[in-house]
Design a protein around this ligand. Structure first.
Ligand code: ASP
Length: 350
């Protein structure tokens, strides 16, 4: 009897471990599971979406890779110098916000009225403190304002004009909204506007013609054992005025907890809010003790897909193990491997 029981148990354990090892396209099991010594770790993303091979010119692709490498190395060096996870996250995101390549800061997309409304958030895994801003129009680096909200206000989320007034009080300079204008984003906006006016696009079908997302985010583990996560975006092209996505919603687009992991998301925001994606990855580690890659895969490849949403996440746990998962064709991403070298990837496998 005892023997039968233990063989059944063995079969179950074997089955569970095969399940756990299942790799999905866009999931990066195996090569990422080796923490560095000392255990610091840094991962960034520059958005997920329809980024298929051939859709980028070789020059554009090189530009993306260069900027991702610059940002991931800047964050990593900061951590090596003893800066905190929060500082590294803010620093790398500012670099990506200042680049017109990404849909955050300078490269933000336009809303339905041709304006830019930016969202960002940051979270400290040590204290579970968080700060976020939404629908700001004159903040050059929304991630830095999110950090000020966390550190210098009694609140978690400030929106629009109130957030900008708070920025001024904190000594931040406002920029002219024109700062965010780029030719590429304006053309994307005009294209969408035309399609909407000619009603060739279903009003609720926005993301099918989104092409790519482009939000930026970072997660870090510093040498003090603290985790942090941050995310910044212009939202979605031709979004309704006042629409707020998952990026500034703690638990949806950003989450960090020293007990589990730090997570930053990108994708079709409404789904990420409904599924509480970032917090769900952390909860799976907390309640089901899933390793980080399995936790990210379960949320992105199963739950998100099932609901019809798309996008991806980057995550890092308290040991420096990394989890990356996306269910789109590509995701701009970069991390520091176990030898301390940057690895930059765009497509599923490279
Ligand atoms: N998640 C962002 C939003 O819905 C968009 C993105 O990730 O690119 O606002």
């Amino acid at each position: 009897m005892k023997q039968i029981f233990s063989s059944i148990l063995a079969v179950i354990v074997l089955f569970m471990s095969t399940l756990a090892q299942k790799t999905y396209p866009g999931s990066e099991l195996k090569q990422l599971q080796s923490p560095q010594n000392p255990r610091i770790g840094f991962v960034i993303h520059g958005g997920a979406g329809v980024i298929s091979r051939g859709s980028l010119t070789p020059e554009k692709e090189a530009e993306y890779r260069k900027k991702l490498e610059e940002a991931v190395m800047a964050g990593y060096r900061a951590l090596q110098e003893g800066k905190t996870a929060l500082e590294a996250v803010e620093l790398a995101i500012r670099i990506l916000e200042d680049s017109p390549l990404f849909n955050a800061g300078k490269g933000a997309v336009f809303n339905a009225e041709g304006k830019n409304e930016l969202d960002a958030s940051i979270m400290d895994g040590k204290t579970l403190k968080a700060g976020a801003v939404a629908a700001v129009q004159r903040i050059k680096n929304p991630i830095s304002l999110a950090r000020l909200v966390m550190e210098k206000s009694p609140h978690v989320l400030l929106v629009g004009e109130g957030a900008e007034r708070f920025a001024v009080k904190q000594g931040m300079e406002l920029v002219d909204p024109q700062y965010f204008w780029t030719k590429e984003r304006w053309e994307q906006y005009l294209k969408m506007k035309k399609e909407r006016e000619e009603k060739t696009v279903n009003m609720l079908g926005m993301p099918e013609v989104q092409q790519k997302y482009g939000t930026v985010g970072a997660v870090a583990l510093d040498k003090y054992g603290n985790l942090a996560a941050g995310t910044s975006t212009g939202g979605m092209n031709y979004k309704m005025v006042g629409r707020v996505g998952d990026t500034p919603i703690i638990g949806a687009g950003t989450y960090a907890n020293n007990e589990t992991c730090a997570v930053s998301a990108t994708g079709w925001g409404e789904y990420f809010i409904r599924l509480n994606v970032a917090r769900d990855v952390s909860a799976l580690m907390e309640y089901r003790a899933l390793p980080i890659q399995q936790a990210t895969d379960l949320v992105i490849q199963q739950k998100l897909k099932k609901l019809g949403g798309d996008g991806g996440v980057i995550a890092i746990d308290k040991f420096g193990n990394i989890g990356i998962s996306f269910n789109t064709e590509g995701m701009y991403r970069a991390y520091i491997n176990s030898e301390g070298k940057p690895v930059v990837m765009i497509y599923k496998d490279e």
